[in-house]
Design a protein around this ligand. Structure first.
Ligand code: CP
Length: 304
């Protein structure tokens, strides 16, 4: 039985197969509509979510399966003190596969150790968000045609941004990926991520001004400054509008630079940018359904 806890749990070859399956699902949805008939997905969300939870549920329903779960810790027995380990033992009796989001780093790993069903990490604190990474990789591969030979700018909250941490680790496995890390000094990428980049021998720069580097990028991955990860409101207010992507900054970008964002956005991308054909963040959310369908099929070992 396999789980997905980190984006590195799949080899590059397995990832390639998963992305191909997602592309086939996009082209031939009818072929898959009964693939998970009789199977159940549990969504255990101890933190808020729109895209991840609902795209997982949409994915399982598209495959002909059923869904159950909770969308906040207060409506589960976690509110009475039940541990993640005990909860997953119980969920293993009720469902065939589960997706879990939790505010604590490592929670999904703990769940996997006590589970009888595949566990998918749907975000653990500021640590990892592997299914967002699958979504990002599918978006880049589908719209750019490649995952190697790219210069990607990651902008915003690079300290707490689990989507950024997972994406960097995943892209380090492809040739000639150059990282431009754009953040205020207080929200720089953690040291362990920099060490991974250096160990892989990849190029990186850390800068504080988006407009100085936007012209070099093939891809710009914008992120939100996450209020919920700050210990003090003053710091959040001081940093929250550090970067705002608007039409003026976009005029400095390449004509084929893609803008990705895991969403939700707050202020960091002006709504005037939404009409720009380079803005693909809503399309990215749609790719999230196809790739989660492919992931469910893969972990449940269902072949169509
Ligand atoms: N991208 C993402 O994780 O969005 P949600 O928090 O809405 O699930």
């Amino acid at each position: 039985m396999r789980h997905l806890i980190s984006p590195l749990d799949f080899s590059v070859e397995e990832l390639d197969q998963l992305l191909q399956l997602a592309n086939d699902i996009e082209k031939n949805p009818e072929r898959y509509k009964k693939a998970c008939s009789g199977k159940k997905l549990a969504t255990l969300f101890y933190e808020p979510s729109t895209r991840t939870r609902l795209s997982f549920e949409s994915a399982m329903l598209n495959l002909g399966g059923s869904v159950l779960g909770f969308s906040e810790a207060t409506s589960s027995s976690a509110a009475k003190g039940e541990s993640v380990a005990d909860t997953i033992r119980i969920i293993s009796c009720y469902a065939d596969i589960c997706a879990m989001r939790h505010p604590k780093e490592g929670a999904a790993l703990v769940a996997a150790k006590h589970s009888k069903i595949p566990v998918i990490n749907a975000g653990d604190g500021g640590h990892q968000h592997p299914t967002q990474t699958l979504t990002d990789l599918l978006t880049i591969k589908s719209l750019k045609g490649r995952l190697d030979n790219i210069t990607i700018g990651l902008c915003g909250d690079l300290k707490f941004g689990r989507t950024v941490h997972s994406l960097i680790h995943a892209l380090l496995r492809y040739d000639n990926v150059r990282f431009i890390l754009i953040s205020p000094p207080e929200l720089k990428v953690p040291k362990y991520i920099i060490e991974s980049i250096e160990a892989a021998g990849a190029h990186y720069e850390e800068v504080t001004k988006l407009e100085n580097v936007i012209g070099k990028l093939d891809m710009l991955y914008m992120t939100r400054v996450q209020r919920e990860r700050f210990f003090n409101e003053e710091d959040y207010i001081r940093l929250k509008d550090s970067f705002i992507l608007d039409k003026k900054k976009m005029s400095l970008a390449k004509e084929d630079m893609l803008i990705l964002h895991p969403l939700p956005r707050v202020n960091e991308i002006s709504v005037e940018v939404d009409e720009d054909p380079r803005a693909v963040y809503f399309k990215q959310a749609q790719y999230g359904v196809y790739v989660r369908m492919a992931l469910i099929l893969t972990l449940l070992e269902v072949t169509v």
